[in-house]
Every structure is written in structure tokens, then in C-alpha cells.
Design a protein around this ligand. Structure first.
Ligand SMILES: *Cc1c(COP(=O)(O)O)cnc(C)c1O
Length: 349
């Protein structure tokens, strides 16, 4: 149940909700795409809308095959379980979602060890730290098998040259590389690049449709055909085999076509909001971290009262010491202006 259930009986419909880009509701046009799509049983491989999505994403990412899954978490989990056997190990950034926010599923369910590697304030890992964590062939250690990188990390676009260098180096050592690209389209739009180029040196890549792309659910992982075939078995084993999953895939198709080009507006709004808030003396914000659709503010001593004040103005943010604000399809320009006014009013007090 939502932590806001007691105070949000209308489930937030009229709130300006900055908590995450997952809170978007499917638009009427997206819902219409569900009515118009062809469906079949996807566990039998017969949902043509899902098949077309898998085909489209494998082409975009220049991979042999792709697999549709209900969530990004399952996408990453299935990827790790397909790369690694029990007793093998994944190296992953300590701030990354795979290490920090997926309940260590690969370890809990797959007997796969996760080794955290230090990330800097932009979410980057250093090549030398990755290499130092690769274990020698010694029975005291797990067998290092996979390196997982992420892009974007907390809204920060990762340096592509560094990412490619890490990927190529570890592949030359016989390891595999996976990219958690939950927000890879944000990374691509921000640097005017193609997702296929960002994903080029990675064996497998996962992307999410329920973030800025605005679908209610859905993720795709892409990679070599034999690995994706095995991943399909893992998906079934985990209970992720869905039947007429085209109802979700139709939303993903819609989002790819219509909402991906709109991500640039989220980025502009985030920048605009961040710059306006940076003028407020009692609030601090690191503008260097505002690279896509997220900003992080340190509200000062008054985090809880700020959050309560904004709530009265029908604006939802978290109330931690550092508050993440995420821009998405359901936040308009006038919502941003209202929010700036509310912040100014609060800090004037
Ligand atoms: C959201 C997200 C995921 C997947 O989360 P789900 O809620 O399971 O879709 C994975 N990685 C990153 C970086 C994310 O932001």
C-alpha cells in the first residue's frame, strides 16, 4: 500500500508528483493503442505485439535477440542468471540499482555473488577499481563472471569512452558485460546519440518502459540469441511468463514512438527548475548533477516541513535529507512554475 494512502484518497491524480518518473499514468492515446493491437499467448510465442517489440528493440540495440519482461528488476535478474551460474560473481557499482534496489535477487535466488565497486558522485566506476575486484583463480573466491554498468545513474549520463573502455577491457579478460539501461533513452537524448551506439560494447542490455517512456509496465533485455533463449526459460521459472502481454507491449510501442522524442522536454524542465531553485539561499543543489530528468536538493534543516508545505500545495516530494525530484510526462511547464512559486513562498518564511 502507498505510504501516502492515508493522505491521498484520490491516489494523487491532482498532485504534481516529483517522486519518480514511474508515476505517470497511461494517456488516452496509449490506452487506445491497447485497443488496436493484436494479441496472442506470449508464453507460446504467439503475441505478435510482443514479438514485434522484441524485434524492434533488438534492432535498435544491435543485438541478435530480445525478451519482454514485466519489470526492469526482472530484466536485470534474468540477465544476471543467464550470464552466471551458482558460485559465480557480478561486479557492480555500489550506487547502482542492481546492487542497491533489487533485493540482491541474483544472490538470494541464484546463488550469484554481488561485489560492490565504488562509484563517484556522478555514478561512475573507475576501470582500475573494476580490475582490482576481478578475482584470481583461487578456491577462496567466487568466480568473477560479469560486470554490470548503468546509464543513466541517478540522472547522470555516463562517459561513453570510459564505459566502452571498461566493457572492452573486461571482455578481453573473458568476462561478460551487462548494461542496466533503465533510462538509456534519457542518456541517448541528452547527448544526441543512438541507444545502439551506447549499447554497442555490451553483451546484454536492459531497458525500462515504465520510467520516462510512460508505459504502465514493461522492460526488454537484449543480447545474443542463445543467451536470450536461456533467459526466456529463466523468465518462466521466475513467474514472468505473461500471456496476452501485448496489452503492455502496445503501450511500450506507443511510448517508443511518441514519448521518447519528448524526453528532451523533461530534461529542459529539470534544468529550468534546478536553476530557479539554485537561487534560493537556504536550499542547496549541485547543478553539475542535473543532466537529464532528475535533480537532488538539500532542503536545509527543514526537509520535513518543506515536504509538508508542498503537500498543502498539492506537490509531492520525498522528505529525506537529500530529496530527489524527477520530471516526467505528467509534469507540465505550468506545474514547474507553480512548484517554483511554492518553494519561494516556503523559503521566504
Ligand atoms: C527503475 C530501475 C530499474 C528497474 O526497476 P523496476 O521498478 O523493476 O522496473 C532498474 N535499474 C534502474 C537504474 C532503474 O532506475
Amino acid at each position: 500500500m502507498s505510504q501516502y494512502a492515508d493522505i491521498m484518497p484520490d491516489s494523487g491524480a491532482k498532485f504534481i508528483d516529483f517522486r519518480s518518473d514511474t508515476v505517470t499514468r497511461p494517456s488516452n492515446e496509449m490506452k487506445q493503442a491497447i485497443l488496436d493491437c493484436d494479441l496472442g499467448d506470449d508464453v507460446y510465442g504467439e503475441d505478435t505485439t510482443v514479438n514485434a517489440l522484441e524485434e524492434k528493440i533488438s534492432c535498435m540495440l544491435n543485438k541478435e535477440a530480445a525478451l519482454f519482461l514485466p519489470s526492469g528488476t526482472m530484466s536485470n535478474l534474468v540477465s544476471m542468471l543467464s550470464h552466471c551460474k551458482r558460485g559465480e560473481e557480478v561486479l557492480v557499482g555500489d550506487q547502482y540499482h542492481i546492487f542497491d534496489a533489487e533485493a540482491r535477487g541474483a544472490s538470494v535466488l541464484g546463488g550469484v555473488a554481488l561485489h560492490p565497486v565504488k562509484t563517484d558522485k556522478f555514478g561512475a566506476v573507475k576501470s582500475e577499481d573494476i580490475l582490482a575486484a576481478v578475482k584470481p583463480d583461487d578456491s577462496h573466491y567466487p568466480i568473477t563472471k560479469l560486470v554490470c554498468l548503468e546509464n543513466t545513474v541517478s540522472g547522470c549520463v555516463q562517459n561513453q569512452t570510459d564505459m566502452d573502455e571498461i566493457a572492452i577491457t573486461v571482455k578481453n579478460m573473458g568476462l561478460n558485460v551487462h548494461l542496466d539501461g533503465a533510462r538509456l533513452f534519457n542518456a541517448a537524448i541528452a547527448q544526441n546519440a543512438k541507444v545502439g551506439d551506447l549499447a554497442k560494447n555490451f553483451d546484454t542490455v536492459s531497458i525500462c518502459f515504465s520510467k520516462g517512456i510512460g508505459a504502465p509496465a514493461g522492460s526488454v533485455m537484449a543480447g545474443p540469441k542463445d543467451l536470450v533463449d536461456y533467459a526466456r526459460r529463466q523468465r518462466k521459472l521466475l513467474g514472468g511468463g505473461m500471456r496476452q502481454a501485448g496489452v503492455l507491449a502496445a503501450c511500450c510501442h506507443y511510448g517508443l514512438e511518441h514519448n521518447v522524442p519528448l524526453l528532451k522536454h523533461d530534461h529542459k524542465k529539470a534544468r529550468y527548475l534546478a536553476e530557479a531553485l539554485s537561487v534560493i539561499a537556504d536550499l542547496s543543489i549541485d547543478l553539475d548533477l542535473v543532466q537529464t530528468n532528475m535533480l537532488f536538493i538539500n532542503p536545509g534543516e527543514d526537509a520535513a516541513s518543506l515536504s509538508a508545505f508542498l503537500y498543502e500545495h498539492k506537490i509531492l516530494i520525498g522528505s529525506a535529507d537529500t530529496v530527489r525530484m524527477v520530471i516526467h510526462l505528467d509534469i507540465s511547464e505550468s506545474d514547474i512554475e507553480k512548484t517554483i512559486d511554492a518553494f519561494r513562498e516556503f523559503y521566504r518564511n
